[in-house]
Ligand binder design. Structure first.
Ligand SMILES: [Zn+2]
Length: 198
């Protein structure tokens, strides 16, 4: 970053080793740590923390109050709503038909691939090392366990684990797993219940 670019982003702290495109928007209060790359057209909201070695691809949208831990890769096609937590080394993929070459053996170009969008909704958490496959929505306050591979959409408050990720329960806004009571789920810590069928 040149000093001039720093001046255009008041209250944004960008470590000198980070490479942030002048065509990216970074919200006030956001901190960008060592060796981060943020590409052109990316939008990062206010008060985010972007950890060391994070990659944010072109046109990726990140809301406010988002924490992205070290080494996560956010590829083109991804939208992250406010308040999302992304653990270390999470990967958000985008290529629906991942091949280097066409059926004729020619190297694929920019027009030869199909982007599958990913949406991570308000307050959701993505565990360490999780991988999110294209064309997936992770619901509000959903919790994706460490190492999960998410191949299908996750409902609001859904708790998913494993490879491929499967729904094993529901998580409270506080992050704790809720106990099942009939059709509803209950958090004893918050004294709050949620019925996924309502
Ligand atoms: Zn709770």
């Amino acid at each position: 970053m040149s000093e001039n670019q720093e001046d255009q982003r008041p209250n944004v702290r960008i470590h000198p080793t980070a490479e942030v495109s002048p065509k990216a928007q970074i919200g006030a209060g956001t901190r960008v740590w060592h060796w981060v790359q943020i590409r052109e057209g990316a939008v990062v909201g206010e008060n985010c923390i972007i950890g060391k070695d994070v990659y944010i691809d072109f046109d990726v949208k990140v809301g406010k109050n988002v924490k992205i831990q070290n080494g996560s890769y956010l590829y083109h096609g991804l939208t992250v709503e406010d308040g999302v937590f992304i653990g270390p080394r999470a990967v958000f993929t985008n290529d629906v038909y991942p091949r280097s070459i066409t059926p004729d053996g020619e190297l694929k170009g920019n027009d030869d691939w199909e982007v599958g969008p990913i949406l991570i909704k308000y307050g959701a958490s993505i565990g360490t090392g999780a991988i999110i496959i294209p064309n997936v929505t992770v619901g509000k306050f959903a919790l994706v366990a460490a190492g999960a591979v998410v191949t299908r959409s996750v409902p609001d408050y859904g708790l998913v684990v494993g490879v491929p990720a499967r729904l094993v329960g529901y998580a409270c806004k506080c992050g704790r797993k809720m106990a099942q009571k009939g059709e509803a789920y209950y958090c004893s810590h918050c004294d709050w219940s949620y019925n996924p069928k309502e």
